[in-house]
Design a protein around this ligand. Structure first.
Ligand SMILES: [Zn+2]
Length: 415
């Protein structure tokens, strides 16, 4: 960046001036009477926001089984009369939609989304522990708080004097976690994509982090088959477990590059019938990730090569793709990213830009400028003792409101 500035100082200066303009934009927006009143309304809403986070968390919502949580969200949105009530609905995948109409229909709409599903089964205890500083419980931060922040934004903005130029679609979507494969947000894009200009994805934790790139992910099920037999009588025949373990050890010895950062994980392994049977069948689930599509393809090729090397008489390998998350990114210089930067800076929070695996992957892969932001800090995600810090939540939601307001004011084609 420094080199670019030296080579083309005139562009650098123009960029700097643009940045200054935008820096004052969020501060100016926050100082308008409509947003000052909104800020006071948010302050008064704070206790409800915590209660709502717990209410949402108490509704079990495993991936593919989001119907009850979706019904709760739809009822909440249907009660907000300032939203376009003809837009409030739930689709076949349990994505819930509601639109706050803007006053300039020619502008592309802003999508604000939060996923409703969790990694926890229906059997998981949903008990919540609250201390003065934290709320602790399965799924509390990922993503009950995100959904509560979405509802707070829909309620506070629709009931305020803020008038936004573009439509804002509030969407609580399904199937973000595990084997959901981002099918929820993909369906949202299929439905709304044509009218969207940009998107903000909410994750309850990681306040201060701005995700500007989606990690490419591919998930494979590798199954191994042999004729099997008796452990004593047929000793020497190929065993599906032995061959799969050999392959697994070779995969585990792979050293993927640090740049682009690429990773693998054998997360599940199963097979065999009994201790005295030569296994006729065994399989493993492999998760492959990379910062770039090319990095992911290279990693997958290494794995497929290893499988080819392990093919031998009487041993059959079968590879099935069980999940695929596309990658994509938004440049740091994009106005939406600049606004996120500026909003956090305005709140005194140091922004951290990074790549992750969220619903934004699917939107970025379609070329829709998208960022993912957090609402508070927390830890132990995807564990039953997941927790969130209470104090930063107010700033986190204020960030969201300012960002929605500023993004809805961006010109139709800011680039
Ligand atoms: Zn999440």
């Amino acid at each position: 960046m420094h080199l670019k500035l030296r080579r083309k100082p005139e562009i650098g200066l123009r960029r700097l001036r643009l940045l200054e303009l935008r820096l004052s934009d969020v501060a100016q927006l926050a100082a308008t009477p409509a947003f000052s009143t909104l800020r006071a309304a948010l302050q008064a809403y704070q206790a409800r926001l915590l209660a709502e986070t717990v209410t949402i968390q108490q509704i079990a919502s495993p991936t593919f089984e989001e119907s009850e949580r979706a019904a709760y969200v739809q009822a909440r949105l249907a009660a907000l009369s300032a939203l376009d009530q003809s837009s409030v609905c739930t689709d076949d995948l349990y994505n819930v939609y509601a639109c706050l109409r803007g006053n300039d229909p020619s502008r592309p709409a802003l999508l604000v989304s939060a996923h409703t599903d969790t990694v926890f089964s229906r059997q998981t205890s949903l008990s919540v522990k609250q201390t003065a500083e934290t709320l602790c419980g399965a799924g509390i931060g990922d993503n009950s708080l995100g959904v509560a922040a979405l509802l707070a934004a829909a309620e506070l903005l629709s009931q305020s004097h803020v008038r936004l130029p573009s439509d804002v679609w509030f969407v609580a979507n399904s199937r973000e976690e595990g084997l959901g494969n981002l099918d929820g947000i993909r369906a949202v894009y299929a439905r709304l994509g044509r009218c969207l200009g940009r998107a903000i994805v909410i994750e309850g934790m990681a306040l201060g982090h701005v995700y500007i790139g989606g990690i490419a992910v591919k998930r494979l099920r590798i199954a191994c088959y042999t004729e099997g037999g008796h452990s004593w009588l047929h000793f020497g025949r190929p065993s599906a477990i032995h061959h799969l373990m050999r392959l697994g050890a070779q995969i585990a010895a792979l050293r993927p590059p640090e740049s682009p950062r690429s990773t693998y994980n054998i997360g599940v392994i199963e097979g065999g019938r009994s201790v005295n049977s030569i296994a006729a069948e065994a399989s493993l689930l492999l998760d492959l990730r990379s910062e770039t599509r090319e990095g992911l393809a290279a990693l997958e090729r290494s794995v497929l090569n290893l499988i080819d090397l392990n093919r031998t008489n009487g041993v059959r390998f079968e590879v099935t793709t069980i999940g695929e998350r596309p990658s994509g990114s938004i440049p740091r210089s994009h106005p939406l990213v600049q606004l996120a930067h500026e909003t956090l800076t305005y709140l005194g929070i140091q922004p951290i830009f990074e790549h992750g695996s969220t619903d934004a992957n699917a939107l970025l892969a379609h070329g829709l400028p998208t960022i993912t932001i957090g609402i508070t800090r927390g830890g132990n995600a995807h564990r039953e003792d997941e927790f969130i810090e209470i104090a930063p939540i107010l700033d986190g939601v204020w960030q969201l409101l300012l960002l929605i307001g500023a993004a809805a004011h961006l010109p139709a084609h800011p680039d």
